[in-house]
Ligand binder design. Structure first.
Ligand SMILES: [Zn+2]
Length: 162
């Protein structure tokens, strides 16, 4: 066990900081290294899902985009335009694909889709709506890594704190 000394890196210059790009940083993410043990994708997804839902509901003022009903807390959901069960992760967490919806519209009416599409067309225009529909097929089954989740968790945590 004499590897210790060999691991010491030689210092070249003090001011050359390692530059990390947000998407292609090292394997150790900000969150997993903090905990000291690897964090699973499913745990990160769960965390991001709650942050993202909170962000969307706040952004939309806790008011259902398909019927106009206002609510508070868990009365208002983050409702998907392209259904969460059938879309890939990137679309699942796309801010333009998720909006505040009341329980009735989101669950009982399965998204209240006709009205949801009306809203989407008014809000984003036909091209964007068609792009989202195309992405559903293109991105289906595409996997994202832990860094993808960690970047977004940091992003939405930052927004929600302020
Ligand atoms: Zn509603």
């Amino acid at each position: 066990m004499t590897a210790k000394t060999a691991l010491r890196p030689s210092r070249k210059s003090a001011d050359s900081k390692p530059t990390k790009s947000p998407s292609k940083s090292s394997k150790k993410g900000k969150i997993s290294s903090h905990m000291g043990k690897p964090v699973t994708v499913s745990k990160l997804k769960k965390k991001l899902r709650s942050l993202f839902s909170l962000y969307v509901r706040k952004r939309d003022g806790y008011k259902c985009v398909t019927c106009g009903k206002a609510g508070e807390g868990s009365q208002i959901h983050g409702g998907h335009f392209i259904t969460g069960a059938t879309c890939g992760t990137e679309l699942y967490f796309d801010e333009t694909n998720v909006h505040a919806q009341c329980y009735h519209c989101n669950i009982n009416l399965s998204g209240n889709w006709v009205r949801y599409e009306d809203f989407m067309l008014r809000q984003y225009g036909l091209k964007h709506v068609e792009d989202l529909k195309k992405r559903r097929t293109l991105e289906m089954g595409r996997k994202v890594g832990t860094e993808w989740y960690e970047d977004r968790i940091v992003h939405y945590s930052g927004i929600l704190i302020n």
